[in-house]
Design a protein around this ligand. Structure first.
Ligand SMILES: [Zn+2]
Length: 278
């Protein structure tokens, strides 16, 4: 269920409703009408502040805005039901409630644990450095504006895994699936869903395999996992639709597919909310 369809092409303004002048008073009294932004768990939301507004924050965390007040914010799979946006305009501080509708996640229970493809000792030895590289690729909040446009699917193929789903393996909940899986044969093209700068193109990582990460600006970063080939290198500027690699099954994967994940700062969001209708 989609609560608020915020079309990228027509960035929705979620400014406070127009102030109301109360009639019959000597001096105009400005009444700030309550405004609520409605969204849902996992959503990446793009909006625009009223003219002249600055100092945007989400639950007290500073949020970057463009010169004309555009911004992007994201909500995780398990985001609570409400959040608060606030900004300044001159001496005035405006706060706006964000309503975050819950979503139903697909939960699958399996009786047994899958075999581990990598011995624990090797995993423990290599994994911290890998995680540090992935974290570093997301660390800088760049001023690129590619996050403002309409994203396109990075691969052709049926979606075989959705964001937010979770497996319970032998009674132990595994980490929720934090991206979209596209089924496609090994070697099929993977393209950039939006323009950006390649922050990481390397591998194979233990879980991710050959991995490309693209910075779309303002904290929005895409990751493409399990690639059989890398067609870009770190620092490359890519345009939307440019080939960045090929589908594969490297890393921890049961077969060839593309896993596409999107983060906003350190929040894992649903890539589907960046595409058009779903
Ligand atoms: Zn996946």
């Amino acid at each position: 269920m989609r609560i608020a369809l915020l079309l990228p092409a027509a960035l929705a303004s979620i400014a406070a409703a127009p102030a109301t002048v109360v009639p019959g008073t000597a001096a105009p009294v400005i009444v700030a009408a309550p405004a609520v932004l409605a969204t849902e768990q996992g959503a990446l939301v793009r909006g625009q502040l009223p003219a002249g507004a600055t100092g945007l924050s989400l639950d007290g965390k500073a949020v970057r805005t463009t010169a004309d007040g555009r911004y992007v914010i994201g909500f995780g799979r398990d985001a609570p039901a409400t959040a608060t946006l606030s900004w300044r305009n001159g001496n005035d501080i405006t706060t706006e409630a964000v309503r975050i509708a819950p979503r139903l996640w697909r939960i699958q229970s399996l009786p047994t644990l899958p075999p581990k493809p990598v011995p624990d000792a090797e995993f423990d030895a290599k994994r911290p450095a890998e995680l540090a590289r992935i974290k570093a690729a997301r660390a800088d909040i760049s001023d690129l504006n590619a996050w403002q446009g309409v994203f396109i699917a990075p691969a052709n193929g049926p979606i075989t895994g959705v964001y937010g789903s979770q497996r319970i393996l032998a009674g132990i909940p595994s980490a929720p699936h934090a991206g979209i899986d596209y089924a496609a044969p090994a070697g099929a093209p993977v393209i950039a869903p939006a323009a950006g700068i390649v922050r990481l193109a390397s591998g194979p990582f233990l879980l991710e395999g050959n991995l490309v990460m693209i910075d779309h600006g303002f904290g929005v970063v895409s990751a493409f996992l399990h690639l059989s080939r890398l067609d870009v290198k770190e620092g490359d500027s890519v345009h939307q639709g440019q080939r960045i690699g090929a589908v594969g099954g490297t890393g921890r994967a049961t077969g060839p597919h593309l896993h596409w994940a999107v983060t906003w700062t350190d929040v894992r969001v649903d890539p589907a909310t960046l595409l058009g209708a779903r």
